[in-house]
Design a protein around this ligand. Structure first.
Ligand SMILES: [Zn+2]
Length: 76
């Protein structure tokens, strides 16, 4: 007897997650200047950020690299 798949790992769920990630990437790529704010202010555990211009979301590592890049560019 085959073990039933958990609801989180169905093909439909994985397809939906993939499409959501592609849509998020498209929003981020089309944005001319991100203005990120924390989604959960005060939370440092697995914080994510959302852009006020494009509604794209990034994780904390991507946010830090973007912020650092902006700082480096401002120093030129
Ligand atoms: Zn943006």
């Amino acid at each position: 007897m085959q073990k039933p798949a958990t609801p989180m790992l169905t093909a439909a769920y994985l397809a939906a997650v993939t499409e959501a990630a592609k849509a998020n990437r498209a929003r981020l790529d089309a944005c001319t200047s991100h203005v990120f704010t924390p989604i959960l202010p005060g939370s440092r555990l697995r914080q994510r950020y959302v852009c006020a211009n494009c509604a794209g979301e990034v994780d904390s590592a991507s946010y830090r690299f973007y912020a650092q890049g902006r700082e480096h560019e401002a120093r030129k």
